[in-house]
Design a protein around this ligand. Structure first.
Ligand SMILES: CC(C)(COP(=O)(O)OP(=O)(O)OC[C@H]1O[C@@H](n2cnc3c(N)ncnc32)[C@H](O)[C@@H]1OP(=O)(O)O)[C@@H](O)C(=O)NCCC(=O)NCCS
Length: 182
């Protein structure tokens, strides 16, 4: 499979993706392929998406920390060979619980609103659950309405307001599904 980073293919004419109203892509959910992290070939795809869309700058060491230690918690979404979304997570002991953490989540603009982020997050949480995680946390900016709505819909609740230099809101979740398993 040939992999591409959004905006880096230089080959737009050859694509037969249909751009609908508002610059959105018309597609059915079955056209999106979800794969877990398979190695260094995936790293530039993840970095390209995250660097493009998230406000927080990450070094290559941060990406490697996540994908080397928890490759099973990193997923990429492809549409006809093009990487259109990714989620990067970790998990580990936290106080007396085993906790998952969603570090990065991005879906490129033309592909938003089609349930891709939901699929990516759900897949990660599924692996976390199977690995014994009792809870999942993440942080999102207070102004990020899309992310707040997405995580609210997935059962996450706002737990704590963090006063960092860039005013992040911490959303802490105890996804009820987790506790049904144990
Ligand atoms: C946030 C983001 C990942 C959502 O991706 P997505 O694939 O469009 O999300 P989904 O299609 O799975 O959305 C699922 C639900 O989340 C909510 N939602 C998602 N984006 C929304 C938006 N912009 N406004 C309001 N609700 C939104 C909706 O309830 C939606 O369900 P619906 O379409 O049936 O109403 C995407 O907008 C993105 O990449 N943003 C930039 C990066 C970012 O902010 N990442 C999160 C950091 S914490």
């Amino acid at each position: 499979m040939e992999l591409e980073v959004e905006g880096n293919s230089g080959n737009e004419e050859e694509s037969d993706i249909i751009i609908g109203g508002g610059g959105k892509v018309n597609l059915s959910a079955s056209e999106i392929e979800y794969v877990s992290y398979e190695g260094e070939d995936h790293l530039p795809l993840i970095m390209g998406l995250v660097d493009q869309e998230l406000s927080e700058p990450y070094s290559i060491f941060t990406y490697r920390y996540f994908v080397y230690l928890w490759p099973q918690l990193c997923f990429l979404a492809f549409h006809r060979g093009k990487c259109v979304g990714t989620v990067v997570c970790k998990m580990g002991e936290h106080r007396n619980t085993y906790r998952g953490y969603i570090a990065m989540l991005v879906v490129i603009k033309p592909y938003r609103g089609k349930g891709i982020a939901t699929q990516l997050v759900t897949r990660s949480i599924q692996v976390m659950m199977e690995s014994g995680c009792e809870e999942v946390t993440l942080e999102a900016e207070v102004t990020n309405k899309g992310a707040l709505a997405l995580y609210g819909r997935l059962g996450f609740i706002r737990a704590k307001r963090l006063f960092r230099s860039n005013s992040w809101l911490s959303i802490e979740a105890k996804v009820t599904r987790f506790f049904r398993l144990h």
